[in-house]
Design a protein around this ligand. Sequence first.
Ligand code: GLV
Ligand code: MN
Ligand code: MN
Length: 428
Amino acid sequence: MMPSDCSDSAGLSASVPGGVRAVTRCDVLGQAPFSEEPDRLFRPYLSAAYRATSTQIAAWMQAAGMQTRIDAAGNLIGRYEGLAPGAPALLIGSHIDSVRDAGRYDGMLGVLLGVELVAHYAAQGRRFPFALEVIGFGDEEGSRFPVSMLTSRAVAGLLREPPTDMQDAAGLSLQAALSGEGLALEQMPDAARRPDEILAYLEAHIEQGPVLEAENLAVGVVTAIAAQYRFRVHLQGVAGHAGTMPMTLRQDALAAAAEAILAIETIAQSGPPDLVATVGQLTVAPGVPNVVPGSVVFSIDVRAGEAAVRNAAAEEIRKALEALAARRKVTLDMSLQQDLPATPCDAALTDLLGEAARTVTGAEPRRMVSGAGHDAMVIAALAPVCMLFIRCEGGISHNPAEAVDPADVDQAFQVMTRFIEDFAGRRP
Ligand code: GLV
Ligand code: MN
Ligand code: MN
């Protein structure tokens, strides 16, 4: 293992293997002030915890030899120049934000591995014919505003019309959240990069599933990322007195939602194994023990490796919800919030990453489709992308029990160094 060497403002040891230090730093960032909540990790986009985290990572980036900036969408970017200043960049990264009650490694590990890679090369004084840029995306999870990937969409140039109608759970608009950080909604599209500035994008991420562990492999190579839909469903019934309203006359929005959720589960269970559907958020109004619920709003997340499978399932779900809403005399409003297409990773880059993995691990690289969404699926509109998965314990993610073996992460670090050097070798 090659030690990385850079000074460390968090007081961590300066000479530990890169992958190991990336894990230790994820652990440092797993609590206040890097979390909005004292007892669990929640780091939504543009929150105070998000700002504290960006500031800390920027300090680590600078210590590693990078120049840092916050772009117009609030992403953190560190740049390590190539042999000639201003050269196009190999972009490496993942996301800084988290879900509520998150694990410490989802997203963050890919960002901090990027920092370690630069620290490793800067310590040797080694530069490439391209710059290395490390990016911490601000909003991958969509855990604050109703959609996800806002900030990678801005970088990929896909956010030409920034959303003006978006609010978080506290009613604060995206515009207000941005201006709280000295940013402006109308300038968000300025985060877009030109295709000639970015040669390729490399993202390392925990697998968030059990396959690598089951096959006793430290790392795997992603071939494609599944298509995603996110819907908002509003069922409107009639609120009434819980003691006086006969069961036969009720228009109970929550009972309708319960039937809807089970129908969604049944539809997903009847499809191929990569078809998944989830209701992860539900709000009941008025939410009082002695009132028949009048209104329920819930989310549906539907994913599959192929868009056609996802689309057919979504259509079946819509029909099932329409039928039960009519039978239960509640009104249904099902609106599409987000459509992320299935995204193949770049074949040539993926082969190169696979070769690097083969060289480092001595094993045939496991190729796999990602059911989880990643910034790479959006950045693919800007540049060729590839992804390296790292084994995580029990396949558990979006859960504070998320865990990685630092030795696996250090293998990933070595695969990434090999990839960067091979990538340099193949460029004229
Ligand atoms: C992000 O973690 C997603 O897959 O929703
Ligand atoms: Mn996640
Ligand atoms: Mn993630």
